[in-house]
Design a protein around this ligand. Structure first.
Ligand code: SF4
Length: 341
């Protein structure tokens, strides 16, 4: 008898959890917001398929069936003076991380990459450089390269160059740059454990400058760096307060030679639950699965695109390889989504 009662109690608990998730979805679909406590309950739920389905419904309602595909180039690699403990490009670790270090690539090489990205079906091309902020000479050279890409390749140009001033952001905007990437990386309460050479607020400041000067903002972070669930949500809410157009979600690949090398990987279902809950927090933003997608999600990539994510980086990342774009495009079509505008 007591077994039957336990079963009944568990069933009704499951039912009420399903209702709780569906009610929050209805609120979001009507333009409402969820609270931090709501998000905590969502992330703790055992009703993961309801969570994923509801996140998918929100994604489709506000973003349609299109998956945003971006290709990036690491245009200047390594020797960054900052000490971000996850990053293989920090000068503090990059002699032991096995990366290829090089100064700013030539205009010719970057232009070739932009053309290839367009031919491979990417809708945007992001030029990423490992700087705290670029020296004037490099910034000028980057501006010339952007001008050439805009003249020769019909693709959206995004950049990621570290900390920005208003003057530089204005200059990038005048050259036709669409979006500027500057990740918050982690929550404010965890940030000092992963970086000591700058503060969370420095990152927020650059994100604000980008918006002030009329560029679209791409800002996200890395999950699986040892932060708590609460801190993962804190990051989601901080990002939402900046109203970014795009949020890249990286899942840490613990690189040998970095201080985080020995961390255990985040469980893939936990990563997808985080994406799903961030979708409730940011219903209209492009949530782009970035670094760690292929390594950690493996066959669950499709699930992530049906549980809140609506963007991917294709063709590899800054210091790790990735799927080629034809494989990614085939995967997107296979699950009934599309890549064209
Ligand atoms: S500022 Fe960027 S490139 Fe430099 S160490 Fe941190 S994450 Fe790496």
């Amino acid at each position: 008898m007591s077994q039957i009662n336990d079963n009944n109690a568990n069933e009704s608990k499951g039912e009420s959890e399903v209702m709780f998730i569906e009610n929050l979805m209805e609120r979001v679909l009507k333009g409402g917001q969820i609270s931090f406590q709501d998000a905590e309950k969502l992330l703790a739920t055992k009703e993961i398929f309801t969570l994923f389905n509801c996140a998918n419904t929100i994604t489709r309602k506000f973003n349609g069936d299109r998956v945003d595909i971006e290709s990036l180039i690491n245009a200047k690699s390594g020797n960054c003076p900052e000490d971000c403990s996850f990053c293989a490009q920090s000068s503090l670790y990059n002699n032991n991380t096995g990366i290829n270090k090089y100064p700013l690539l030539s205009k010719k090489i970057i232009l070739e990459h932009a053309l290839r990205a367009k031919q491979d079906g990417a809708s945007s091309f992001c030029l990423v450089c490992a700087y705290r902020s670029p020296p004037e000479k490099d910034f000028e050279q980057i501006c010339q390269i952007i001008r050439e890409i805009k003249k020769n390749v019909p693709i959206d140009v995004n950049v990621s160059l570290g900390f920005m001033t208003n003057e530089r952001a204005r200059r990038l905007k005048s050259l036709g740059v669409k979006r500027y990437n500057h990740n918050l990386e982690s929550s404010e309460s965890f940030f000092s454990q992963i970086c000591k050479t700058h503060d969370f607020v420095d990152r927020v400041n650059t994100a604000r400058i980008v918006k002030e000067e009329g560029l679209e903002l791409c800002s996200g972070g890395i999950i699986g760096m040892g932060e708590s669930r609460k801190q993962r949500l804190e990051l989601g809410f901080s990002l939402n307060s900046l109203q970014p157009d795009e949020v890249p979600i990286n899942i840490l690949i613990a690189r040998n030679g970095t201080p985080l090398a020995d961390l255990n990987p985040l469980d893939p279902i936990e990563a997808i639950k985080t994406i799903a809950v961030w979708r409730f927090i940011m219903p209209k933003t492009i949530l782009k699965i970035a670094g760690g997608r292929e390594v950690h999600l493996k066959d669950k990539e499709k699930l992530a695109l049906k549980a809140g994510a609506n963007g991917i980086i294709t063709g590899g990342y800054l210091t790790t390889g990735g799927n080629n774009s034809s494989k990614d495009i085939a995967m997107i079509k296979e699950i009934g989504l599309r890549t064209e505008q």
